[in-house]
Design a protein around this ligand. Structure first.
Ligand SMILES: NC(=O)c1ccc[n+]([C@@H]2O[C@H](COP(=O)([O-])OP(=O)(O)OC[C@H]3O[C@@H](n4cnc5c(N)ncnc54)[C@H](O)[C@@H]3O)[C@@H](O)[C@H]2O)c1
Length: 374
């Protein structure tokens, strides 16, 4: 587990996934037996790794990635490094013949992301990329609605993602400062478009074109050491995606917006037979049979309570942490060849969307997206 001291590496991958899997006695296989996990922590600071290992009763840690990769005991290389450091580390893991599971984006450029997919395929190593948002309860409920035919013909998707990330002067920023420096791999398009790509593609259809307007609303921020720095990366992006089948998706991504929603991300899906509003957890619907008939009249104050027209979708299932669920699927893919379709090629498709989104913003043009192939 490389980069395990980071925000994602520690909380989602080590704590909520691998240690939770270890705690439950391993991953349940189809034949009823379990496969247990044994992590080795990899990082640059021996002291940090030592503390983490002691805190969580983990036997193995090292600052020497090459040595860990050369050791046959370790079957899966997992990468949670800052994006910039990822591709070179993954190439080493491919050369070492490890199965690989990684955070998104898989690389900084589409060319490099595609190269990783090619190299992994040529080497015959199993590979997977985090698609965590698909495993969120809200999106699982949305998938259920789509599969049940609730929407009729889906027309459009409108998404709001974001919250205020403090500038770091009078209150500490709640995200790492590299996120706001383009030269360090930062930017909201690079961060969020890989997510939007797999969310849209897996729920509604392939993303066929992108138009985006990216901007840096806050040009100066203060870093972890209290030093002012130039925020060179985009902190908000306003985008329109055309999807297979004529669906139009319009998604705002912003670290410079104050939340007036139920959740930090919300999607509204409108179809001929019904609409839904989903968040990370919640999901409410309005079927056509329950749709009011508003009449535009600016002379009268509104008396209708539109919020009350929506019906909450019950949870019905037990949804576990999405990172953990995907880890379990990937582990079963490695040990039992169980299906896991979210591979480096899918990851490259997400990087393509981010790259073309940035290009669209620079040129002002809408850009058609080719199908990503090896
Ligand atoms: N799936 C998601 O929802 C999600 C959310 C946030 C971030 N991410 C992705 O996860 C990755 C990590 O993001 P984070 O927010 O945890 O960042 P972070 O800064 O908290 O952690 C980064 C880790 O990389 C290590 N690192 C930094 N520079 C390095 C270098 N030059 N060489 C080797 N290691 C280095 C750090 O020590 C740390 O362990 C990013 O690629 C990001 O895009 C994914």
């Amino acid at each position: 587990m490389n980069g395990v001291s980071g925000r994602m590496g520690y909380r989602q991958h080590l704590l909520r996934s691998i240690l939770a899997i270890r705690e439950q006695g391993g991953v349940l296989r189809a034949d009823g037996t379990r496969v247990q996990v044994e992590p080795i922590l990899v990082g640059r600071s021996e002291q940090k790794l030592k503390e983490l290992a002691a805190k969580h009763n983990i036997e193995h840690y090292t600052t020497n990635l090459d040595e860990a990769l050369a050791d046959d005991r370790w079957q899966i290389y997992a990468d949670f490094l800052v994006t910039q450091a990822r591709a070179s580390a993954i190439k080493k893991a491919i050369a070492a013949g490890k199965a690989i599971y990684t955070e998104k984006p898989t690389a900084e450029s589409f060319e490099e992301a595609l190269e990783l997919a090619r190299l992994a395929t040529e080497a015959g190593v199993k590979n997977g990329v985090v698609h965590d948002k698909l495993y969120l309860p809200g999106l699982q409920k949305l998938k259920r609605l789509i599969d049940s035919g609730f929407f009729g013909r889906i027309l459009s998707v409108r998404g709001e993602f974001g919250y205020w990330v403090f500038e770091g002067d009078w209150q500490d920023a709640q995200r790492p400062s590299w996120n706001y420096r383009k030269e360090d791999g930062g930017g909201i398009i690079v961060d969020m478009f890989p997510h939007w790509n797999y969310v849209l593609e897996n729920l509604f259809g392939r993303v066929e074109s992108v138009y985006a307007k990216a901007t840096t609303h806050i040009p100066t921020r203060v870093d972890e050491q209290g030093n002012e720095y130039a925020a060179t990366a985009d902190d908000a992006a306003y985008a329109v995606f055309e999807l297979e089948g004529g669906i139009v998706a319009q998604l705002n991504s912003s670290w410079t917006v104050r939340v007036n929603r139920d959740e930090l991300v919300e999607f509204q899906v409108d179809g001929t037979h019904g609409s839904a509003v989903v968040g990370l957890f919640g999901c409410k619907i309005q079927p056509r049979n329950g749709t009011p008939k508003p009449v535009w009249n600016p002379d009268l104050a509104e008396t209708h309570n539109y919020d009350a027209d929506w019906l909450e979708v019950p949870t019905n299932d037990v949804f576990e942490n999405g990172f953990k669920t995907q880890w379990e699927q990937f582990i079963l893919h490695v040990v039992d060849d169980a299906p896991h379709t979210f591979d480096f090629l899918a990851g490259a498709s997400g990087v393509q969307l981010a790259e073309q989104g940035l290009k669209s913003s620079e040129t002002g043009a809408r850009i058609d997206l080719p199908v990503v192939q090896l």
